[in-house]
Every structure is written in structure tokens, then in C-alpha cells.
Design a protein around this ligand. Structure first.
Ligand code: PMP
Length: 434
């Protein structure tokens, strides 16, 4: 066994939290149940580091599950939030900043003419689906196995992230009829989706997917597959929805659609777009977005949508990302980490596969290729849990599940990357000797 951190105060805080909050957490992905641990309670974050209430310091690869691409507490965001705090935190009336951020998003995303702000990624995909159904006047949607699109009823079927971590297929409370309108096909597989279109060609409103997945770990299906989806949806009069809640502004400024030069009909955003505040958005071509109320008949609204504090944090973050050098830097750090970890795996002959796209990565505990949800389910989840436990005790904070992506922030230094590679080697070596 390697060293063990003291987590006494977290233990106590969790015990109390469980009394008043279901499972002690406000989102299941935060519970460390899959790795047989208890969650760590955080005191503060600064740059690339998190500090827990016991005083432990962690190098962080969770980034609040993606949003903190600039690291924790970046001065650019802090300054704008302080200024807005003086003016007021919510008005429920338009502000100019909402237009400014929407315009900037249309600059980054050529497939986007108009943007509607919401408060979470869940709302973004839920609203995009409703819009797709309203616009096409069709009911069914195709979802890809292992992709997670938030907890909206239509999308909570064979999903990734917490649903996969907990090993459940769907959720009680989602009616059978709702689930029946969602057709699930395996990721990265053309034949099954072709068959669905043959059977229901004029009934499919949309295909929704993570164009590069994070919620079953990082899997990149490549441009050909995404081109195929673009084509088959167009041929059948269905919309293609890219859920870029995680990949948007992350793997490239313009997300997977920039990386692979594909124009989806609708896009869902979240995480980075709010710079650490609760924000989501759905966006697309003018003719489709004009179908949303008050211009069009599809209703969607929000008391706190476009909230000025959230918009300030989002805009300040996106302005930092105007400079594409940020992505070159993230790519170089990611490449260094990838080379180091792959070298460790090879030196130790460890049964693991490393996937990375830009600043998103996953180490899969598998001897075989990982191309879809089934492959991830076949990974050695016990070995993952053992790895997680040792890494966190070495001061490296990672998502507590094999079905998740790790994120590199701008705040991570070259030295931090080297430390991670060294710790990874130590831990893999220790696990190998067991
Ligand atoms: N879509 C994707 C691709 C996501 O990764 C997530 C969250 N991890 C969501 C949707 C849901 O976003 P939120 O948790 O903000 O509701």
C-alpha cells in the first residue's frame, strides 16, 4: 500500500450531509461509491489545485467536470463577477451581455446563427430535443448507447456517466411511453442506425450524440462516422444534434464540429460556456431557432436564464479562449501526458489503454480496444477503483469512475504533468506487484 491521506473532517461532513441530502451529495456522480470511498469535501480551489477541508492539496483533473478550463478562480473571471456583484445578481430582464456572449458563440461556431441560454446541460439537450420534435413534427429520437445528455426523461435511457457508474439502465419515474420514443443504438456502429432509419424513416425527429464521448470515458469515433451520421440524418429529414456540453470550447474552440468540420443542425452547450456558473445553451441555424417562443411555437423559458452573474463568468472565460494559443498549449500538455502514461503502460506491460483528444483523456483498464459502451463495461472496474484510490492518496484528484473523462486545465504546469506521470508509474507498478 502507498501512503494514505487523512480525511477525517470529510468523513464527518459526509455523515452529516447524508442526514439532510439524498446520498449526501447533490449529484450522484460526486459520490465515490463506485470506488468504495466516501466523497472528499472541498474547501477551495486555486489554479490547478483543490484543497479539502482536512487541508489536503490535490492536483485536479476533474475541473468541476469540465467547466474550469482556465483552472480554479481565474483572475479574469473573478474580476467580472465582482463588478457584476456591485450592479446586482439577477433582473429577469434583458442585458446587453447576453447578446455579446451569443454573438461570440456564433463567431466560434459556423453552424450557429442563434443561441438560447438555459441553466444547465440537461435543460440544453431537453430543449434541443423538444425543438427538434416541434420543428420536424416527428416524435422519435435516436440516442447512442453510453452517451449521457443530462437527466431529461427522453434521454435517460442506456446513458453514460452516473447512470453507467451505478450500473443502471434507466430510471423509475420515466414513463414507458417516453422511453419508447427513444431508440438506442450502439455507438460507433453504422449498421444498427441504418436499420432503424429503414424501419422508421419518416418518424425520427433527431439523432443526438456526444460527437466525442466523455461520459463513457473518452471515445473518438472519427470523422467518417460523424460524416455518415450527417448524411443519413439529412437523407431522412431528421436533425443531427451534437451534444457539445463537454466537448464544446474544450477539444477545440469550436468543439468537435470544428475539429471534424461538420455542421450539426442543433448544438447543446454547457460547462465551459458558464465559466463555473450554472449555464447551458442550445443553438443552431436561424430557421430552426426561430421556431422557439416567442418567435415560434415551441415553448421554453427560464426565470434565471441568461443570469448576469453567469453570463459574466461565461463571457470572461470565452474571451480568454478567443486566443487559439490556449488550445495549442493544452494540446502540448495533453501530448506530454499521453506519451508519459503510454510509456509507463508499456514499461510495466500493464493491461490498459489510454485515449486522449486535446485536453480530455481516459485511462481504460482493458487489454482490448475500447470503441463503445460494451467495451467500457468490460473494463476491469475493480482495478480502476484500486488505481483511483492510490492516485487520490498520492494527491491526484480524478473522476471516481471508469465511465468519465479527465480534463486538463490551462493552469496545469509542465511540472504538474511530470508529477502525474511519475505518480501514475508508481501506482501502476504497485498494482502490478499485488
Ligand atoms: N451532456 C453532456 C455531454 C454532459 O457531459 C452533461 C453533464 N456531464 C450533460 C449533458 C448534462 O449537463 P448538466 O449536468 O449541466 O445538466
Amino acid at each position: 500500500m502507498l501512503k494514505r491521506l487523512t480525511m477525517k473532517k470529510s468523513k464527518h461532513a459526509f455523515k452529516k450531509a447524508k442526514k439532510f441530502i439524498p446520498g449526501g451529495v447533490n449529484s450522484p456522480a460526486r459520490a465515490f461509491s463506485a470506488v468504495d470511498m466516501e466523497p472528499i469535501f472541498i474547501e477551495r480551489g486555486e489554479g490547478a489545485y483543490l484543497y479539502d477541508i482536512d487541508g489536503n492539496k490535490y492536483l485536479d483533473y476533474v475541473n468541476s467536470w469540465g467547466p474550469m478550463i482556465l483552472g480554479y478562480n481565474p483572475p479574469e473571471v473573478k474580476e467580472k463577477l465582482s463588478l457584476q456583484l456591485e450592479k446586482g445578481t439577477s433582473f429577469g430582464a434583458p442585458t446587453e451581455i447576453e447578446t455579446e456572449i451569443a454573438e461570440l458563440i456564433t463567431d466560434f461556431y459556423p453552424a450557429v446563427d442563434k443561441v438560447r441560454m438555459v441553466n444547465s446541460g440537461t435543460e440544453a439537450t431537453m430543449s434541443a430535443i423538444r425543438l427538434a420534435r416541434g420543428f420536424t413534427n416527428r416524435d422519435k429520437i435516436i440516442k447512442l448507447e453510453g452517451c449521457y445528455h443530462g437527466h431529461g426523461d427522453s434521454l435517460l435511457v442506456d446513458a453514460g456517466s452516473g447512470i453507467a457508474t451505478l450500473g443502471i439502465k434507466g430510471s423509475p419515474g420515466v414513463t414507458k411511453n417516453t422511453a419508447l420514443e427513444t431508440i438506442v443504438v450502439p455507438y460507433n456502429d453504422r449498421l444498427s442506425i441504418k436499420k432503424v432509419f429503414e424501419k422508421f424513416s419518416d418518424q425520427i425527429a433527431a439523432v443526438i450524440l456526444e460527437p466525442i464521448t466523455g461520459n463513457m470515458g473518452v471515445i473518438d469515433p472519427g470523422k467518417d462516422y460523424l460524416d455518415f451520421l450527417r448524411e443519413i440524418t439529412r437523407e431522412n429529414g431528421s436533425l443531427l444534434i451534437f451534444d457539445e456540453v463537454m466537448t464544446g470550447f474544450r477539444i477545440a474552440r469550436g468543439g468537435a464540429q470544428e475539429l471534424y468540420d461538420i455542421k450539426p443542425d442543433l448544438s447543446a452547450f454547457g460547462k465551459i460556456i458558464g465559466g463555473g456558473m450554472p449555464v447551458g445553451a442550445y443553438a443552431g441555424k436561424k430557421e430552426i431557432m426561430d421556431y422557439v417562443a416567442p418567435d415560434g411555437p415551441v415553448y421554453q423559458a427560464g426565470t434565471l436564464s441568461g443570469n448576469p452573474m453567469a453570463m459574466q463568468a461565461g463571457l470572461a472565460t470565452l474571451k480568454e479562449l478567443k486566443d487559439k494559443k490556449v488550445y495549442a498549449e493544452l494540446e502540448s500538455k495533453g501530448a506530454k501526458l499521453e506519451a508519459g502514461i503510454k510509456n509507463n503502460i508499456e514499461k510495466l506491460q500493464f493491461p490498459a489503454v489510454f485515449h486522449r483528444v486535446g485536453s480530455m483523456f481516459t485511462l481504460f483498464f482493458s487489454e482490448l480496444e475500447v470503441k463503445n459502451y460494451q467495451d467500457v463495461k468490460n473494463c476491469d472496474l475493480e482495478l480502476f477503483a484500486a488505481y483511483f484510490k492510490e492516485m487520490i492518496n498520492s494527491g491526484i484528484y480524478m473522476p471516481p469512475s471508469q465511465f468519465e473523462a479527465n480534463f486538463i486545465s490551462r493552469a496545469i504546469s509542465e511540472q504538474d504533468i511530470e508529477t502525474t506521470i511519475d505518480k501514475n508509474y508508481e501506482v501502476l507498478k504497485h498494482l502490478k506487484s499485488k
